[in-house]
Write a protein that binds this ligand. Sequence first.
Ligand SMILES: [Zn+2]
Length: 312
Amino acid sequence: MNRRTFTKTLAVSIAATGLGGVPAIARKPAPQFSITMDDFHWTNAVKLTATERNEAILNTLHSNSHKAALFVIGRNIDSIDGKQLLAPWDKAGHMIGNHSYSHRNFNAPATDVAAYQQDILKAEALLKEFSRFQKYFRFPLLKEGDTEAKRDAMRSFFAQHGYRNGHVTIDLSDWAIDQRLTARLKKDPNADVKPYRDFYLEHMWARAEYYDSLAQRVLNRLVRHTVLVHFNLLNGLFLGDVLAMFKAKGWQLIDAEEAFTDPVFAAKPKVVPAGESIVWSLAKEKGTIAKSLRYPAEDAQYENARMDKLGL
Ligand SMILES: [Zn+2]
């Protein structure tokens, strides 16, 4: 090895070990995040079969040494096939949470609160067969009550049944992008999927930065984030890219169970309508920031115009 090659090799190895980077003391603490995945809809398979999608997502989590949380709609595992698809999540040690049996919108004015609570217990009866099930409830559509009475009835119900709210901190509309992607592939199975990936990553990062800075404004500290994504083709194809992006931006991936130890998840903001991201709810409760918040906090309506323009 001549001197020039040696110097170059040394420089490369210093860069690889991080010794040549910014001194640790000057670095800002890394935001921490975890993946929390909702619904477990698996009968809508396009491009990948349900089993292929399941394996793709599980392999991504495994190769990132990540234990996620999966919030399951009871109806989706009320069959032999559904249970078989959920079993590897349990075996791999991912946390399994309750997302109700029927996935109803609790803010619908005609909601019967007692029936809604029974629907949660109906899902629990199916989920408790799985050893990694824990009593965390995630409200479908993140709708926690359009009146104080409904909101507080659920809080009492959770206290009585030993449930915690499986809050989201970073909310986004991956489902809306997935709808466009799925529709495109149904029409043209060979369509280029990269523009959907690019839009997804851009949208994900925009929402992550928004909720992270909102959390710091409201709480004056970093929170351990729970990112909301769905069990869909989009994540079957691109969840690995999402994780790689966060890591490249300096964020640290932590297990969902660890994220849920953050005290922010025990907060019970007294706002109506209740729900959305817990960060959004706390910001709403804090009057000074409330005016800058949109409602709903996230929805396809905010993304559709750009997706139209991009031809997605
Ligand atoms: Zn859902």
